[in-house]
Design a protein around this ligand. Structure first.
Ligand code: NAD
Length: 256
């Protein structure tokens, strides 16, 4: 089995770092013409030549629209709604309007802004694939992370609904549940959780691992590998699925 994305055009949001970066680079290596954006230009500057980049905050629909105005006249085959932020780690009564809105706008509003633009193009060409990044927080409760859980459950509902709306036009829509992904973001999440509850960060790290059946952390490339399968012809009849690459998350909040 060999995956080729030759001739495909793909847009990944937040491709400067983390899984978006790995995904953009892997698609580029498999032959796709890749477009990406990020709020932080530093990661964009070190992407391989040939990947087209924009500095953009995905919560700004006009900024995203300007990017789509440049990309879509040439067509698009793959939309990866990757951008997401973890939101605050605090009890619901302490969450501010700004914290709630910030998390929602990046985790779910941006997925809507992108889907709204690509759907007519995908319909006209009778093909297209959308991948929405979800989270274990989008399939189970996550005490202390209510904005993030609410946004990611919204993303799961959005994914299921788009799969039904767009399936008759040969457009596939799937969601991915990354587990505990090694990288800077996981370190920030662990530090925030430890700080909020007065715990040792190593205890939090262990707690997250034992919340999964395989007691594991995963690497960003494992997420990108699944994305490559789903966006390729091998995934041609996979739609409406929310698939974990997470060692099977049993709980996000083991209570000892
Ligand atoms: N890392 C994990 O363990 C994990 C677990 C489950 C789900 N997820 C989800 O996977 C996706 C990717 O996560 P990650 O950990 O790779 O991300 P990350 O935290 O590593 O961030 C990736 C990029 O997002 C960019 N970004 C942040 N805000 C932005 C904005 N407003 N506009 C544009 N770009 C912005 C950052 O500059 C960064 O380059 C997210 O949707 C996240 O919620 C991550």
């Amino acid at each position: 089995m060999q995956i080729s994305l030759e001739g495909k055009r793909a847009f990944v949001t937040a491709g400067g770092d983390g899984m978006g970066r790995t995904t953009a680079i892997t698609m580029h290596e498999l032959g796709a013409e890749v477009f990406t954006c990020d709020i932080d230009p530093r990661g964009l500057a070190t992407l391989p030549d040939g990947i087209t980049t924009w500095e953009c905050d995905v919560s700004d629909s006009s900024a995203l629209n300007a990017i789509f105005d440049e990309i879509l006249p040439g067509g698009l085959d793959i939309m990866i709604n990757n951008a997401g932020v973890g939101g605050p780690t605090k009890l619901v009564e302490d969450v501010t309007d700004e914290e709630w809105d910030h998390c929602m706008s990046i985790c779910i509003d941006a997925q809507f802004y992108c889907a709204r633009r690509v759907a007519p193009v995908f319909k006209a060409q009778q093909s297209g694939v959308i991948i929405n990044m979800i989270s274990g927080a989008g399939i189970m409760g996550f005490p202390g992370r209510s904005p993030y859980a609410a946004a990611k459950w919204a993303a799961a509902g959005f994914t299921e609904t788009l799969a039904m709306e767009l399936g008759p036009d040969n457009i596939r829509v799937n969601g991915i549940v990354p587990g505990n992904v090694n990288g800077d973001r996981m370190e920030r999440v662990i530090a925030a959780h430890a700080g909020a509850e007065g715990l040792d960060p190593e205890a939090v790290r262990h707690m997250y691992a034992i919340g999964t059946s395989m007691q594991c952390y995963v690497d960003p490339q494992e997420i990108s590998d699944l994305i490559m399968f789903l966006v390729s012809d091998y995934g041609r009849h996979i739609s409406g699925q929310i698939i974990g690459v997470d060692g099977n998350t049993e709980t996000l909040y083991p209570r000892s």
